[in-house]
Structures are given as C-alpha cells and as structure tokens.
Design a protein around this ligand. Sequence first.
Ligand SMILES: Nc1ncnc2c1ncn2[C@@H]1O[C@H](COP(=O)(O)OP(=O)(O)OP(=O)(O)O)[C@@H](O)[C@H]1O
Ligand SMILES: CC(C)(CO)[C@@H](O)C(=O)[O-]
Ligand code: BAL
Length: 279
Amino acid sequence: MILIDTVAKMQEFARQHRGEIALVPTMGYLHEGHASLMREARKRAAIVVVSIFVNPTQFGVNEDLDSYPRDLERDKRVAEAAGVDVIFAPTAADMYPAGYQSYLNVEEITLELCGASRPGHFRGVTTVVAKLFNIVAPTVAIFGKKDFQQLAVIRRMVQDFNMDLEIVGMPIVREADGLALSSRNARLSEPERESALCLSRSIKAARAAFAKGETSVAQLRRVALEVIEKERAATLDYLEFRDPDTLAPLQTADHRTLLALAVRVGTVRLIDNCILGEE
Ligand SMILES: Nc1ncnc2c1ncn2[C@@H]1O[C@H](COP(=O)(O)OP(=O)(O)OP(=O)(O)O)[C@@H](O)[C@H]1O
Ligand SMILES: CC(C)(CO)[C@@H](O)C(=O)[O-]
Ligand code: BAL
C-alpha cells in the first residue's frame, strides 16, 4: 500500500491506471463500516484507492471540524488489512488553494433532512466528491447507506452531470447491540453511548409495528418517536418516513419506505436509517 499526499501525484497515478480504479471516499478514523466498503471495492477493480480528507467545506461554522477524530497511522493499518492499494490524503490547502471559488450544488434533494439542519453541508459534499472523482478518475465509487441522503444526492449528481462511473451503496455495519458504526461514536462517553442506542431501538420499534401490518406514517412515527423521547440524554433533530429515491414525504408506508433519523446525544449528532421491509 502506498500513501499519496498531493493532488498532482494522485492525478499522475490515475492517468497511469485509467479504467482500473475503485474509490472509497472517507473522512478517516476508519472503522469496520469503512472496511466493508473497501472489501467491496477490492472485488470490483484492480486498484483500490481510499481517500482520507476531513473536508472543511461540508462543515458549518459551529460544527465539529476541529474536533473531528483523526489518526492516520491507525487508518493505514485498517486500510492495509482491507486490501487497499493507495491512501489518498491531500491537505486542505491543496484541495482548496488560494483563489478557489467553484462549488457544485444539487438542489431539492439536499434541502431537507440533514440538509435542513446542516445548511451548505451537501454543497460541500458534492463539491469535494466531484473533485475526488476528477482527481482519482475511478470507474466505481463505494458509499455507505448509513449516510442515506448523501448517497441519494451523489447518485443525483452523477446522473445530472453525466459522470461516467458506477455508484455502489453498501449496507450499514452495526455493533452487536445495534449502534451503527460511526467515527463520531469515539466522542461519546460511556453513558452517552448507552443513550445512543435509542436510534437503532427506535428503528427496531417502527419496523416491528410495520411488520405487524401498520402502514400509517403518522402512527409509525409515533411509535419510533416514543423511543427517542424516553431517552432523556437524546434530542431529536428529525425522524422522517420518505421515498428512498426522491426523499419525498409519504403518508403511507410500504416495504421500500425509508425511515431516517438524526439525534443529538451530548454534543454528538448521530444519524441512522432503515428501509422498513429490508433486513
Ligand atoms: N456503519 C457504517 N456502515 C457502512 N458504511 C458506513 C458506516 N459508517 C460510515 N460509512 C460510510 O463510510 C463513508 C465515509 O464516511 P465517514 O468517513 O463520514 O464515516 P462516518 O463513520 O460516517 O463518520 P461520521 O462520524 O462523519 O458519521 C461514507 O460513505 C459512509 O456512509
Ligand atoms: C463522502 C465524504 C467522504 C465527502 O467528504 C464524506 O461526506 C463522508 O465521509 O461521508
Ligand atoms: N458522514 C458524512 C460526513 C459528515 O458528517 O460531515
């Protein structure tokens, strides 16, 4: 495995390996969720590139850019064990040099859910992902369904901008007790981690009600919300039932319906989701 730390060197490498690269974009502090994306990438291309870049343009002014966990040495070990060939870890100054002024914006689908509580977030995500696609020139890029809206936004961008690559979405990897793996889990205290289980429990409660035949979104929302409201350390950001492709609101649920939620536990904002009819 090699580490490439400049945009110019990455572009040179990409020129030599055009048509052979799978890309896994990350912000580092790698965990088993990221490793599952890397293993999928390994199956899909001769060369696996993982980008590690805590992208400043997707963080709001009051968000956790400075406290976002970072550990490149540990990341190298996780990536190597998952069969990665190249870590691409550029600096912010290299990605956004003096005079930088170009941004890519996907519209309606970014306005609600995480987009509503993090204004400008998806503009930063689509900008950096488009830049990574241009720099690394992958034939396939792998994303996790934990960031469900992000995946839908990227699919929209790729379609709308005629980007010539395949986008693959991978299932959420969870701890044994249900907590979705997330780099930000590292910032939870022991009691906060216990409280954070309310996200997966809320999903479980809604799925159980749906499995018993409940299809009213108002009713399913009540069931899911009750679990969050019982958890005193948790503050709800949103809990929504949506169409999985357009993210449009629904009144009646079916097996394809997306349940997505974001909850604050202490200072940490966590997200989770499920498709009601999927395992
Ligand atoms: N538990 C998980 N299962 C599957 N994919 C995941 C999981 N967690 C993150 N990913 C995916 O890994 C990629 C990189 O995400 P990122 O580096 O932001 O990690 P993260 O753990 O989601 O961090 P954050 O604390 O920002 O939520 C994204 O495509 C994301 O959806
Ligand atoms: C896709 C991404 C790497 C862009 O910075 C980030 O949003 C993430 O880690 O999900
Ligand atoms: N996983 C999405 C990156 C972020 O929260 O900014």
